[in-house]
Design a protein around this ligand. Structure first.
Ligand code: NAD
Ligand code: UGA
Length: 471
């Protein structure tokens, strides 16, 4: 069996590496149009930082795992073709700011139609709007010259989280496969199920119809994000009343019907998917006339924006309503720990707002490069994939107020405040006395992740603001 995957990103790379690692007899080729990305996958320094990924790739690469830009050749030869291209939010035109941009997706489908000379199983791995499989079927059926060729479309959404991708792939809570309920559709589902069952217990490989599988992915992300917005909304109430959101989270999370996960109040959720997928869900609801349902889910994003605004407003209020010319140390830029990914990270919004108030930012993140941070801060929110190396006038402006540092100590030296944006473990064990000694007084800590102990830091002399925690 040969598998090809179009899209060598955060999902395509790790998921295919895991299939190759677990199934040495299956040849897996991961494809991309970006030569630079493929070169990195073929090098010693992989394009993404993900704990445990290197070991898996290095073991399988060259044995039965390959990375290539020769998309048509490998798609033509494969039995199963995964599509794992990016599906960002549209930035212009109808549905801008909400609908999914399916340009890359359609281009992948057209490539398949052009390259295929035999029947294939096509697997939607990207997160897509409900009914996308129908659109793919149409593109394939109308563009494939040989009408005897069959395409069975499956939906197999990915549930991995960045930072824990390898564990998530090794031991998934479930694998979901949706297909047409026809003889050929069921056969295609069984073929893909058999691949996963090589390492995933069969009761965890769930099957569904195509539309349920597509919708389940958007729904799962919406539910997860909704929990974060719910606890973040409560964090605002905690700050107003003297309750402690950590105690509230713990108290409600012990109810087995609620459960403890995804109840960490924070500066707001980030990442490439939560906001994008909820907005997509909202757009779909509006398209089918479900205004109230759309409004309900939109409020999850509204609260997230509110939380980020609130965080900066508190910083300003605490620091005598001005940060003009003040050095602000930003600890962490990635959207969560154990990843170098900065897509939709709350750090971008927080830095933008502080810079608008003329603050001088000194940022340290163990995995994010200076180039990446400058590009993120210089771009429109959705244009995260700006070409590397290009210098724009906006970047030059950003650099006047934003510097990156090699350590947390360097960032905090001479700073008026520290704002913790990412919950990197190393921030929990820093020598806070040393940090305090080098800062301007009063020295503030704004903990956007609730990872430091406010009592101990107050003993040192810091003024500490946690999310949803008493002052
Ligand atoms: P990504 O941007 O990291 O990777 C997508 C890759 O596809 C890019 O390298 C791009 O060059 C390539 N590509 C685009 N069009 C192509 C084409 N026509 N031919 C060949 N290559 C092409 O994106 P990602 O984070 O891997 O996300 C991919 C999909 O998976 C999205 O729909 C996303 O919502 C979903 N998803 C992402 C995560 C995550 O943690 N990042 C988790 C679950 C699901
Ligand atoms: C999320 C989902 O968890 C995955 O199941 C899904 O596959 C993926 O989106 C996707 O579709 O892309 P990811 O965004 O990688 O994964 O990371 P999460 O752990 O979900 O964190 C998302 C954001 O929420 C981060 O900014 C994180 O710091 C924040 N968060 C998470 C909180 O603020 N509080 C929490 O309790 C949990």
């Amino acid at each position: 069996m040969k598998i090809a995957c179009i899209g060598a990103g955060y999902v395509g790379g790790p998921t295919m590496a895991m299939i190759a690692y677990k199934c040495p007899d299956i040849e897996v080729v991961v494809l991309d149009i970006a030569q630079a990305r493929i070169d990195q996958w073929n090098s010693d320094k992989l394009p993404i930082y993900e704990p445990g990924l290197d070991e898996i790739v290095f073991e399988a690469r060259g044995r039965n795992l390959f990375f290539s830009i020769d998309v048509e050749k490998h798609v033509g030869e494969a039995d199963i073709i995964f599509i794992s291209v990016n599906t960002p939010t549209k930035v212009r035109g109808v549905g801008a700011g909400a609908a999914a941009d399916l340009t890359y997706w359609e281009s992948a489908a057209r490539t398949i139609a052009k390259a295929c000379t035999s029947s294939k199983i096509i697997v939607e791995k990207s997160t897509v709007p409900v009914k996308t499989a129908e659109a793919v079927e149409k593109v394939l059926a109308r563009n494939c010259v040989d009408k005897s060729i069959r395409f069975d479309i499956l939906s197999n959404p990915e549930f991995l989280a960045e930072g824990t991708a390898i564990d998530d792939l090794k031991k998934p809570d479930r694998v979901l496969i949706g297909g047409r309920e026809t003889e050929s559709g069921l056969k295609a589902v069984a073929t893909l199920k058999a691949v996963y069952e090589r390492w995933v217990p069969s009761e965890r490989v769930i099957t569904a119809n195509l539309w349920s599988a597509e919708l389940s992915k958007l729904t799962a992300n919406a539910f997860l994000a909704q929990r974060i917005s719910s606890i973040n909304a409560i964090s605002a109430l905690c700050e107003a009343t003297g309750a402690n959101v950590k105690q509230v989270s713990y108290a409600i999370g012990t109810d087995s019907r609620i459960g403890p996960k995804f109840l960490n109040a924070s500066v707001g959720f980030g990442g490439s998917c939560f906001q994008k997928d909820i907005l997509n869900l909202v757009y779909i609801c509006e398209s089918v006339g479900l205004k109230e349902v759309a409004d309900y889910w939109r409020s999850v994003v509204t609260i997230n924006d509110y939380q980020k605004d609130r965080f900066v407003n508190r910083m300003l209020e605490a620091m005598f309503n001005t940060v003009s010319g003040k050095r602000c140390a930003i600890f962490g830029f990635a959207f969560k720990k154990d990843t170098g990914d900065t897509r939709e990270t709350p750090a971008i919004d927080v830095c933008h707002k502080l810079m608008a108030d003329k603050a001088k930012i000194a940022c340290y993140d163990p995995q994010v490069t200076e180039d990446q941070m400058i590009r993120d801060l210089s771009l429109d929110p959705y244009m995260w994939d700006h070409p590397a190396g290009q210098v724009t006038p906006k970047m030059t402006m950003v650099k006047q107020q934003f510097t990156t540092c090699k350590t947390a100590y360097e960032a905090a030296a001479g700073a008026h405040c520290i704002a913790i944006m990412t919950e990197w473990d190393e921030f929990k064990t820093l020598d806070y006395q040393k940090l305090y000694d080098g800062m301007v007084k009063p020295a503030y800590i704004f903990d956007g992740r609730n990872i430091v102990d406010p009592v101990k830091l107050r003993e040192i002399g810091f003024v500490v603001y946690g999310i949803g925690q008493p002052l």
